[in-house]
Ligand binder design. Structure first.
Ligand SMILES: *Cc1c(COP(=O)(O)O)cnc(C)c1O
Length: 374
């Protein structure tokens, strides 16, 4: 997830321009004095890239998930189904609304197991929340079919896979809404930041109002006299973040192409007998992580040691497994959900993630694969 690896004078100049143009750092109002609408432009660029009807820039990916769940009508006591290999933010967003997180296991794609998802539907289920972990699509055809059959909404957590596609569609545009993150570890970054995407005017309207204290931004009225029908919160993005985001978005296709070269170079030098993450048919991943399954503990520890010694690290498997596997979250989940997640924990404990860094060359990756000697 290398957006930060490419931060340069271009992002700096984009921020400087906002100061040179009068220093309006806020996305709303000040229409008579402002020269730029940078957040609105960033949203336009994102919409165009994804081919979605609406994009709303917000303060974080976690905020984007919460806003989208509210826009989809999730109320206290409703159940939201998400997955055991995940990031804690998804659970926090569900809990913050007073809704109940229900966990499915993942299969060898390391994303939501559609069979387990269908098994966990109850009368209280409102939304299915698949998470496209580490650049690879969830099995969206199956998940969308289940949602249609049971009359449920789908929110895609696409915080980790901006630019990846499934059956020719960008992830985050397949379900009813998509949540994205631009935090400093993500594919592209604005330092902190996020986005809600959708093709439904009502979802966009609710999200826009909710993220801005209920402001309808009525074009006929000054902001101080603005109309409102709901109360919201403040999850706004600043002009500075959007200025960085616009430049980073321009680098996204380059990032994906360069990732792929390194990924292929690693794979080509790996023995075909090594077990690896299953990539669903019809996927175009963003190739930012290569995941191996190594059952044998000492063999696995040896691989992890080499990855550290050679300066690659393992990103979240196993380095940050406690933050990415729900069976460790007894501070947030019921014991029923913790117990249910156990089979995902057992699978993840055999996994090793090889991060793809742009600062490392294709040759570094072919050498690494040879050194692992699997
Ligand atoms: C990063 C991330 C989030 C949260 O995004 P923030 O912008 O850090 O709040 C949510 N879900 C997943 C899967 C993530 O990787």
């Amino acid at each position: 997830m290398p957006g930060f690896e490419l931060i340069s004078s271009e992002e700096q100049e984009a921020v400087n321009k906002i100061f040179k143009d009068g220093g309006i750092l806020f996305a709303h109002g000040f229409d008579s004095v402002r020269k730029n609408f940078t957040v609105r432009e960033f949203e336009g660029d994102l919409q165009e890239y994804l081919g979605s009807k609406h994009a709303l820039a917000v303060s974080s990916g976690t905020a984007a998930i919460k806003i989208a769940l509210k826009a989809l009508g999730v109320k206290p006591g409703d159940e939201v189904i998400t997955q055991a290999f995940n990031f804690i933010a998804t659970i926090e967003a569900i809990l913050d609304i007073g809704a109940i997180p229900v966990i499915t296991n993942v299969n060898k794609t390391l994303n939501m197991d559609p069979i387990d998802c269908e098994n966990r539907i109850t009368d209280k289920t409102k939304v299915i929340l698949p998470v496209h972990m580490l650049g690879v699509p969830a099995e969206m055809r199956e998940i969308m079919n289940i949602a249609t059959k049971h009359n449920l909404k789908v929110l895609e957590d696409n915080c980790e896979s901006l630019g990846a596609k499934y059956e020719k569609k960008f992830l985050g545009t397949i379900g009813d809404a998509g949540a994205f993150s631009f935090d400093f570890g993500k594919v592209i970054t604005t330092g902190e930041g996020g986005m809600v995407s959708s093709n439904d005017h009502r979802i966009d309207k609710y999200s826009r109002e909710y993220h801005d204290h209920g402001h309808e931004n009525n074009p006929d009225l000054p902001r101080g006299r603005d109309t409102k029908t709901i109360y919201g919160f403040n999850y706004r993005m600043t002009e500075m973040q959007a200025a960085v985001g616009k430049v980073q978005l321009g680098k996204l296709n380059y990032i994906i192409n360069e990732n792929k070269k390194r990924y292929v170079s690693f794979e080509r030098n790996l023995s075909s007998s090594v077990s690896r993450r299953k990539i669903p048919e019809g996927s175009e991943p963003i190739y930012d992580t290569f995941i191996l399954f190594i059952e044998d503990k000492s063999k696995r520890e040896n691989v992890v040691n080499i990855l550290h010694k050679e300066g690659f690290g393992t990103k979240n498997l196993p380095d940050a497994i406690e933050w990415h596997c729900s069976s460790f979250w007894n501070h947030a989940l019921s014991s029923k959900e913790i117990d249910h997640s156990n089979s995902t924990k057992l699978l993840l404990e055999t996994a090793v993630a090889v991060p793809i860094w742009l600062k490392r060359s294709e040759e570094d990756y072919s050498n690494l694969a040879k050194k692992l000697n699997l």
